[in-house]
Structures are given as structure tokens and as C-alpha cells.
Unconditional design. Structure first.
Length: 568
């Protein structure tokens, strides 16, 4: 019999060790994964991967993996308490789970909570879909809380994606508020490290505003220390200098791609057309107000005051200019510790580098060129005032027209889908009042939902800006009556997330979940699984046969001799 391998292939797939989903090649020999490397054909990652990708092979053969269903025999739950695991069959586990779920669905489906994660295992996107089909509004993503909610809200509203990048090919001035992009973090970290390095060699100036002398600061042209959490004040003072001292802004971009021309009345609301209810703008050529999308518009006014019927309307942009006057560099310096002359210099450098009015020809098309960008995830986006930080920083790029154009801040294709693959695509559209719409998240980033009486155990109904998830369920579950929630959680279906090991004070979760029946899908026993009543073996992403929507032309790699052994 020949000793030659009957199965020796390199399979293109995506790494699921983090949300970057880098393109990789997995070497499978006779049904077993024996090697792994970056895929040079993946234009997003350029064949670069980090150590976590290589370490993922160890999960396949780790002796600590959960390989059979386990059931708790000790009814007491607590930190350091032995659950008394015993092995059970799949039939026993599924029958027990189905019986409990059937009872809950018949009585009140809201008593089911689904907690889930995205990484290192078979994609668990099915859990929120299961929750909706089951009839419960309660599902929670992530183990450390909604780490990017403020960032995702602001970027979905502007780019229809959750992971915009600076354009390293054409950007000449990068203003970095505590982000690690280019030095090993954020999306596509390895490839962007190479791209940002090449941009610096080309001459791109990088200014890092960060309380910490970080890896990004060490590679920057300039590091500006700042008081933690004061990023919005710095950005607003910079915005004030741009608009009111230097008079630098992209009027064309503001007129056509923002609500800058929309007229606002004295009560702070848009002045709307009586027939269409659309926001009105002022046409300075025809000297009259028209709906923002009126095909007869000849120009847009973004400053001054305009009488519309009995109301006085002021364009949004004019209100913004007036509003930021209060944020002088001297006032901002007191809060940020950054000297006023530094704020003014950065504003001047940023505004001049934006090269407003310049264009570039790419593939035969003439496009605006705005070679400046701002980045801030997870630095300025990780504070109590994160939404204010993110919004103020986004305005810096917005007013100079550096959104969605060469050289500026651009959304990346992974969030918009790849129609040529036939897989699901998330396509931006014109939403309410002309704003960018997106179906990327469970809740629309715009318009925000109205606040309502709590139906979700997380109280997310009360927080319309929390478009992904809210971590408040652990508090509400301890006393739902206090928050007027008419039920409590009885069952937690947990998909590969260790919220007890990666969140805030674990004693809060202990109190919340000690009386909840919990089923966990897991690769390994963790702090959270030790509060479970049943643990089911999970599937590593290297054993998966499902597809990934994040990269065109890739499917998950079925490498699993272990899958055959486990009968999955």
C-alpha cells in the first residue's frame, strides 16, 4: 500500500480568532490540519497574520477540550465551587434542554436569554436568529460588554460599516486619538501595520493624541499627551479653530453630503415641507426654501438666516459654527492639558493638509482628494463620554470633506458584503430625511428608535443609542420589578462567551445567574461554564463547514478528523 497521502491540500478560509477575520490557508493532510499561514491572495490582509492564527491549530488537539456533553450534579453555584460534572449522552442533553425550552416558550419566551460571541469557534450568529425565532428579545453579544457601541453608532451613520479605515495609499496627515491601527490592533491589524508603515515612509505625518505613550505614539511624528477622556474637548476646540479662526471647510461636501444646509427653527427642529414633510433648505439663487432633494435646487445656503413662512430658519452648519465658538483653545487647554498654541497648530496643519478643492483620477474617474483622516477606536471610544468623543472627532473629518473619498476615512468592503459571491450583502441606502441607512446591525443606526418601557431584560429599550447590545441585564435580573420588567430570565443559552471572566465585577453576574438554568456551547471549561447546568462540545472554526460573509471566495475549512471522531 502506498504511503503517499490521499488528502494533501491547502484550503482558503478565514481566521476566527478575532473579529478581523484575516484570510488564511490551512494545510490539511489525510483529514488533519497540520499547517496554517496567511493567504497572500487576500487583498485585505496581504498574507499577514498574527500569532493567534498559528496558535489556533493547538485548539484542535488540546487535551483540555470539551469532547462530550457534561451535566452538573452540584446544585450550588458560586465562584470556586465544583459543579460535579458527569458525562451524559447527546440524547440526554438535548432532551433535557428541549423540555425546558418548550415549557418557557409556552409560558413566556422572554424568559430565555441568548449570550454569544463571534470568535474562535463555529460562528454563533445562529443564536440571535434563534432568539428571534423563539420569541425572545433578549440576546447579548460579547464578553466584555458593548465595547464598540459608541464607535459603531457613529460609523454606521456615516460609512454604513463598523470599521472605517484611513486611506493609507493617499492619506498625508493622520490624526490618531488613542487608536492602535498600524501597530497591531484594530481591523486587519497585520496588513494595516504594513500599509501604515509604508505610508509613513512615503511621508504621511501621524499625530497621536493619547494619555499613554503607546506603540502608535512611538511610531508617530508627534505624540500629544492628553487628560483621559478629554478627546471631545480637544476635537471641538480644533473644530472651532478650523471654522471660526481659519475659515477652513469644504462647502461643497457640506452642501451635498451632510445635513449642513437643512434649516432649523427656533425650537431646534427641522423646518419641513408641508406636503412631503421633508427637511427644507434655502436655495440662494431662487431665494426660496425647497425640500432638500428638490431637483430644481441650484445651490444650497449653509450660513445666514432665512424666513420660511412664519419661521426663521438657520442652516445646521451655521448652528455648528456658532456652537463650537464656546470651545476656545484656551478653555480646552484647561480640560485637556494640551497648550492652546498646540491645538491651533494641529488645526492649521490638519486643515491645510486636507487640500480642499483638490481631485485625483483613479481608474479614469475624477474624485475628490482629501488626504487627511481621523481614527479613535478604541481609545477615545472607550470612555463614559464615548459618544461625544466619537461624534466630535468624526466632525473634524466631515467638515473638510474627508469622509468616503481618497485620502480620507473610508468604509471597507467587508461590511458591505460581496454581491459577486452570492452571499448576503449589507447595502447602504437613502434613509429617513436623506441620511445614510444601513441594515448592518440589529437596530438601525438612524433613525434611532424611540425610548420605550422596558421589554428587554437589558433595558436597551430605554437606551436608543445602544444599537448593538446593553450589558445591564446582569443588574436587572437581580431585581426586575425595580425596573418594571414583567418577567425574569430562567434560561441562558450561552454560545462561547466567558462573560464572568472578561467583564466587570464578576460577583454581579454571580448573583444574576446563580438561579438561572444555563447551557453553554464551549471549547473549554471557563469561569462562565462553571455556572452552567449543561455544557455541550463546541466546534472550532477550523472544523466548521459553514461559510463566512467577510471575505469573497472563502469558505470555512473542514479540516476535522476530530469532527469525524466526535460524530459531528
Amino acid at each position: 500500500m502506498s504511503s503517499k497521502s490521499i488528502d494533501d491540500v491547502w484550503i482558503p478560509t478565514t481566521c476566527e480568532m478575532c473579529d478581523a477575520h484575516c484570510g488564511i490557508l490551512v494545510h490539511r493532510v489525510d483529514g488533519k490540519a497540520v499547517g496554517i499561514r496567511g493567504n497572500p491572495d487576500d487583498e485585505n490582509t496581504l498574507g499577514k497574520v498574527c500569532a493567534k492564527t498559528f496558535a489556533s491549530l493547538l485548539m484542535l488537539e488540546d487535551p483540555s477540550r470539551v469532547n462530550v456533553p457534561l451535566r452538573r450534579t452540584n446544585p450550588e453555584k458560586g465562584i470556586g465551587i465544583d459543579p460535579g460534572w458527569v458525562e451524559i449522552t447527546w440524547d440526554e442533553a438535548l432532551d433535557s434542554i428541549a423540555e425546558r425550552l418548550g415549557k418557557i416558550r409556552a409560558e413566556d419566551p422572554r424568559r430565555l436569554l441568548c449570550t454569544w460571541s463571534l470568535t474562535a469557534r463555529e460562528p454563533t450568529d445562529a443564536l440571535p436568529a434563534f432568539a428571534k425565532a423563539f420569541g425572545t428579545p433578549n440576546y447579548f453579544m460579547g464578553g466584555s460588554g458593548p465595547c464598540g457601541d459608541a464607535h459603531r453608532l457613529t460609523t454606521l451613520q456615516r460609512y454604513a460599516c463598523i470599521s472605517p479605515h484611513p486611506d493609507p495609499k493617499y492619506c498625508n496627515y493622520l490624526l490618531n486619538f488613542g487608536c492602535g491601527e498600524g501597530t497591531g490592533t484594530y481591523w486587519d491589524p497585520m496588513a494595516m501595520g504594513q500599509r501604515i508603515a509604508e505610508a509613513r515612509i512615503r511621508g504621511m505625518r501621524t499625530v497621536v493624541i493619547d494619555p499613554v505613550f503607546s506603540a502608535a505614539a512611538a511610531k508617530a511624528n508627534e505624540w500629544i499627551p492628553i487628560r483621559p477622556g478629554a478627546d471631545a474637548m480637544f476635537a471641538l476646540a480644533t473644530l472651532n479653530v478650523l471654522l471660526n479662526e481659519l475659515n477652513i471647510f469644504d462647502a461643497g461636501h457640506i452642501k451635498k453630503h451632510t445635513d449642513g444646509p437643512y434649516l432649523v427653527n427656533e425650537e431646534g427642529y427641522y423646518i419641513r415641507d408641508e406636503e412631503t414633510t421633508k427637511p427644507m433648505v434655502w436655495d440662494p439663487v431662487d431665494k426660496q426654501a425647497k425640500p432638500y432633494d428638490d431637483p430644481s435646487l441650484k445651490d444650497y445656503s449653509i450660513e445666514g438666516k432665512h424666513k420660511v413662512n412664519e419661521a426663521i430658519g438657520v442652516p445646521v452648519f451655521a448652528l455648528l459654527k456658532e456652537h463650537v465658538k464656546k470651545y476656545s483653545p484656551e478653555h480646552a487647554s484647561e480640560m485637556t492639558t494640551v497648550p492652546p498654541n498646540t491645538i491651533r497648530r494641529i488645526a492649521r496643519e490638519f486643515g491645510e493638509a486636507a487640500s480642499i478643492g483638490s481631485t485625483i483620477k483613479i481608474d479614469g474617474k475624477t474624485l475628490p482628494l482629501r488626504p487627511v483622516a481621523t481614527i479613535y477606536y478604541k481609545g477615545a471610544a472607550a470612555h463614559l463620554n464615548a459618544l461625544a468623543n466619537c461624534t466630535a472627532i468624526e466632525l473634524l473629518a466631515e467638515v473638510v470633506g474627508a469622509r468616503g473619498v481618497p485620502g480620507g476615512v473610508i468604509g471597507i468592503g467587508r461590511s458591505l458584503g460581496f454581491p459577486e459571491t452570492g452571499l448576503p450583502a449589507f447595502t447602504p441606502y437613502v434613509g429617513l430625511d436623506g441620511f445614510l441607512g444601513s441594515e448592518l446591525s440589529a437596530l438601525s443606526p438612524w433613525p434611532l428608535a424611540d425610548a420605550n418601557k422596558p421589554e428587554k431584560i437589558s433595558l436597551q429599550d430605554l437606551i436608543p443609542t445602544a444599537i448593538c447590545t446593553s450589558p445591564l441585564h446582569s443588574l436587572t435580573m437581580q431585581n426586575p420589578e425595580k425596573w418594571k420588567v414583567p418577567y425574569n430570565i430562567e434560561f441562558n443559552l450561552c454560545g462561547g462567551v466567558n462573560f464572568l471572566g472578561g467583564k466587570y465585577d464578576p460577583t454581579i453576574d454571580v448573583e444574576a445567574f446563580k438561579n438561572v438554568f444555563q447551557v453553554s456551547f464551549e471549547l473549554y471549561l471557563s469561569e462562565t461554564t462553571y455556572f452552567s447546568d449543561i455544557v455541550l462540545p463546541d466546534t472550532c472554526f477550523l472544523e466548521a463547514t459553514s461559510f463566512s460573509i467577510d471575505r469573497p471566495g472563502y469558505s470555512a475549512a473542514p479540516v476535522g478528523h476530530r469532527k469525524i471522531e466526535r460524530g459531528l
